[in-house]
Design a protein around this ligand. Structure first.
Ligand code: FES
Length: 274
């Protein structure tokens, strides 16, 4: 059982929770994730990227969007409540190196949460970090201060122009590829955003890393639900990733697979009034 130490509502349906998990806090590295089971009653396994950790306090931070049964149930938990099970850290850590040229970190929507520890790790390794974060509107933008804390420069984009530039994140990314010759781009967000980030950087031959955590189900290599095509190979996101070379990922295949159960999910949500 893991105790919830702190809970913050970041936007309408996005929550941040600090949870007691001393062993995970000690071991985790940027890019890794946990599997969480909210309660015995809601036994579904939820893979969530670790958004931060405090080794001294023995806590980890997760950020999630309450969109399905289990995450909605998790969102109802309060400070002082317990989570039945936490497993981790899982997955391969982000490959952090010191470059002579800038690193660009791009996050969209809830993808800014898994991006945060990566921004921190690149900065602590001595890199110049340029962060581009985006959301549909100002109210949905998360973790701006936390991203600023470890970035040399932050560019904000919103779809409706309510904050920062009225642009897609790919617009400033293209400008930076043209003018700053970045060493690496890390993009995390909706699959379609990562697809277009990879297409943007490809002509400039900039190494581009994407995190495919949204396709995971059980997170332990057993269900096969997270299969993706990377180059000529089939990979399991939870075992071989979650990070891959964005120029090799077949995003169209991934997006089709993500939509496979959309109809059933919508029917289920209608039935239970979500
Ligand atoms: Fe089930 Fe990877 S999430 S095999």
């Amino acid at each position: 059982m893991n105790k919830i130490i702190r809970k913050i509502q970041l936007s309408d349906d996005v929550f941040q929770m600090e949870i007691e998990a001393p062993l995970i806090a000690e071991e985790r590295k940027a890019g890794q994730f946990i599997i969480l089971i909210v309660s015995e009653e809601f036994g579904e396994r939820i893979p969530l990227t670790i958004a931060g950790a405090d080794e001294e306090k023995g806590t980890i931070t997760i950020i999630f969007q309450a969109v399905g049964d289990s995450t909605k149930e998790l969102g109802k938990k309060s400070e002082g409540d317990y989570i039945d099970s936490l497993l981790g850290p899982l997955g391969k850590a982000t490959h952090i190196v010191k470059y002579d040229k800038p690193v660009v970190c791009v996050g969209g929507g809830i993808g800014v949460a898994p991006l945060r520890p990566i921004v921190e790790a690149f900065k602590k390794a001595g890199n110049e970090v340029i962060s581009i974060i985006g959301a549909r509107n100002k109210d949905l933008l998360i973790l701006e201060d936390e991203i600023r804390a470890y970035s040399d420069e932050v560019i904000i984009c919103t779809d409706d122009g309510s904050y920062g530039r009225k642009d897609l994140v790919t617009a400033p990314l293209k400008e930076i590829c043209e003018s700053r010759d970045p060493a690496e781009v890390v993009a995390i967000g909706p699959p379609v955003m990562m697809k277009f980030c990879a297409l943007t950087t490809k002509p400039y031959k900039v190494k581009t890393t994407v995190s495919l955590n949204t396709i995971m189900i059980d997170g332990t290599g057993m269900c096969g639900g997270c299969r993706v095509t990377v180059g000529d190979e089939t990979k399991f996101v939870c075992v071989d990733g979650p990070e891959f070379d964005g120029h090799l990922v077949d995003f169209d295949n991934m997006i089709n697979r993500l939509n496979t159960y959309k109809h059933q999910e919508e029917e289920h949500n209608c039935r239970i009034g979500l």
